[in-house]
Design a protein. Structure first.
Length: 271
């Protein structure tokens, strides 16, 4: 049963209220119309059209190859399905790092061509000018610190970030810069729980974690991971709510068997 009848649309202001009231924010990724309809009907607060589409939808090893046009295709499909959730669209690698004008042009394309409500980009001080320019155009921006997968070749691994004091201090500094610039929320990925809780406490904007512990203001997961569609990805922070890989595999095998045996279609399944 859908929960979005008579429920007000989630906006950046609603998220701010949720933080003020101590209500936790739920966020999941969505890349296509059918999944986005289910996510929205279930009542998720934010749908992230993440550049993780590069991995889970397109099969790339990293998030780097996905293009702005591909992100626009995914985001436009999600927007057509959603009535309640706030939609955040990732600016893909290469669409904002060059300079702030390029960043603004990319963000404007996303807003105009998809109908999405906001954009997300990775990084702190190094992308501040781009964030400011996008915000000046009236486009809400969500920040993303900690493990930033678009910089995977700089880090060299997907292990926990900011375990050392120096990197943790730099992350806190970046988080405050993003808040001061006007970001409406911040994602923290794969950092110690104590650091996640500290950032959430020191910032007045919502802080949403993925592998950042339980002391933040909300949680985000990649839908395909929490549904167990991808059975090869098992990080500690992931809670699997289903084993959809096995369910789908078994259904596909049953169908193949039924076709081969002539059992499908039966009398009731034909005209
Ligand atoms: O692209 C994505 O799915 C993300 C989440 C991991 C936060 O950025």
């Amino acid at each position: 049963m859908s929960v979005h009848k008579n429920v007000k649309r989630i906006t950046t202001h609603v998220l701010q209220e949720m933080k003020s009231n101590g209500e936790r924010i739920s966020m999941l990724t969505g890349y296509d119309y059918s999944m986005a309809r289910i996510l929205d009907s279930a009542g998720v607060d934010i749908i992230l059209v993440g550049d993780s589409a590069s991995n889970v939808m397109a099969g790339h090893e990293t998030t780097l190859p996905i293009t702005l046009n591909e992100m626009i295709y995914h985001a436009a499909s999600v927007v057509r399905a959603v009535e309640r959730a706030l939609i955040v669209v990732d600016l893909p690698f290469g669409s904002y790092q060059g300079n702030s004008k390029e960043a603004l042009t990319s963000a404007i394309r996303i807003m105009k061509e998809t109908g999405g409500h906001s954009v997300k980009l990775e990084g702190g001080k190094e992308v501040l000018e781009s964030i400011q320019r996008i915000l000046t155009a009236g486009i809400p921006v969500m920040g993303h610190l900690g493990l930033t997968p678009q910089s995977i070749y700089k880090f060299g691994t997907y292990t926990v970030r900011a375990k050392e004091e120096e990197e943790a201090e730099r992350l806190i500094e970046d988080a405050k810069l993003l808040e001061d610039a006007g970001c409406f929320a911040l994602i923290l990925e794969k950092i110690p729980a104590a650091l996640g809780a500290r950032v959430a406490k020191e910032l007045s904007i919502p802080v949403i974690g993925i592998g950042a512990g339980n002391g933040v203001d909300g949680q985000v997961l990649v839908s395909h991971d929490m549904l167990g569609i991808n059975n090869e990805f098992n990080p500690r922070f992931l809670r699997k709510y289903h084993n959809l890989y096995d369910e789908m595999f078994n259904s596909f095998q049953k169908y193949i068997k039924d076709v081969r045996s002539g059992d499908f279609p039966n009398e009731d399944e034909q005209y």
